[in-house]
Ligand binder design. Structure first.
Ligand SMILES: [Fe+2]
Length: 287
């Protein structure tokens, strides 16, 4: 398949995501980079295989999408490039050099922030031969497939996110400075994509969600809220809406947090090393 800007692409799923073929990001020219970014905005996710990126090149490519978002927790960020989070189960001198696990539940990155993450870039340096797939759910397709009655029920609801609650549940103690940086926020449960106005069911997760808020501004019952969110997650993550990325070293996967839900999957820690560099880009306030 050849698109208008001469990129060679193939869809990840019908109507969702594209693999861009025969491109080397580190040496791509301006026109090529613009075409890649444009393709990203229209498709929800892009895959670029066989890349060879230094940390500086990954950060430079991340800047093509916007301003890199910082990391609230800094213990596993790259020593020279704080924009890069190291996700790794490598142990060096008896110490973990990265966050061994990141995101093993369906979620959208930085959904608990005032400005959420526009996109996330994962660059695979060492990847297990088995397991550790990244699953991406197409939330626009899920919205479009939702019965009209259900669309009317959920459009206009808002989700109350609490980063502090999320960390408390995980037994992580935050400093006052970290708490101040991450106040609770309300985001729409159905949002529009700023590139073309397409709608997506959005911000689904259990961990950082306190409750839903109704169209009348009334807080909904916590149990009822979580039940509805779980129901929507189950709907959106049906196999027909999900792309499973099977990793190879040199893969660069970029997903659009404005219209996808994602999760990692497990792998055999004793058998394999997974060493991945993650960057993300500051997003908008969802509307
Ligand atoms: Fe994530």
């Amino acid at each position: 398949m050849q698109d208008a800007l001469a990129l060679k692409t193939r869809p990840l799923l019908p109507g969702f995501g594209v693999e861009i073929l025969d491109i080397d990001i580190a040496s791509a020219d301006r026109e090529m980079l613009d075409a890649v970014i444009d393709t990203f905005h229209r498709n929800g996710a892009i895959v670029l295989r066989n890349q060879s990126l230094t940390p500086a090149q990954q950060v430079a490519f991340t800047r093509e999408f916007g301003e890199p978002e910082g990391n609230v927790r800094e213990e596993f960020t790259h020593p020279d490039f704080p924009e890069i989070m190291i996700i790794s189960n490598k142990i060096v001198d008896g110490k973990p050099i990265g966050n061994p696990e990141a995101g093993l539940n369906w979620h959208t990155d930085f959904q608990y922030g005032v400005r959420t993450a526009l996109c996330t870039l994962l660059y695979g340096i060492e990847t297990p031969a088995v397991g550790s797939d990244t699953l991406l759910a197409d939330l626009c397709a899920a919205w479009n497939a939702l019965p009209e009655e259900k669309q009317q029920q959920i459009d206009g609801l808002r989700t109350h996110f609490s980063y502090q609650l999320f960390q408390e549940k995980r037994g992580v103690a935050l400093t006052q400075e970290q708490k101040d940086a991450m106040p609770d926020v309300l985001h729409p449960l159905v949002r529009r994509h700023p590139a073309d106005g397409r709608k997506a069911i959005w911000g689904l997760a259990v961990g950082p969600v306190k409750r839903l808020v109704g169209k009348d501004g009334e807080e909904m019952d916590e149990e009822e809220s979580i039940a509805l969110i779980k129901e929507l997650i189950a709907f959106c993550t049906q196999e027909k809406f999900v792309y499973a990325h099977k990793w190879q070293p040199g893969d660069l996967l970029v997903w659009d947090n404005r219209c996808t839900l994602h999760t990692g999957t497990r792998f055999d820690f004793d058998k394999y090393i997974r060493h991945v560099h993650r960057t993300w880009v500051r997003g908008d306030i969802p509307f």
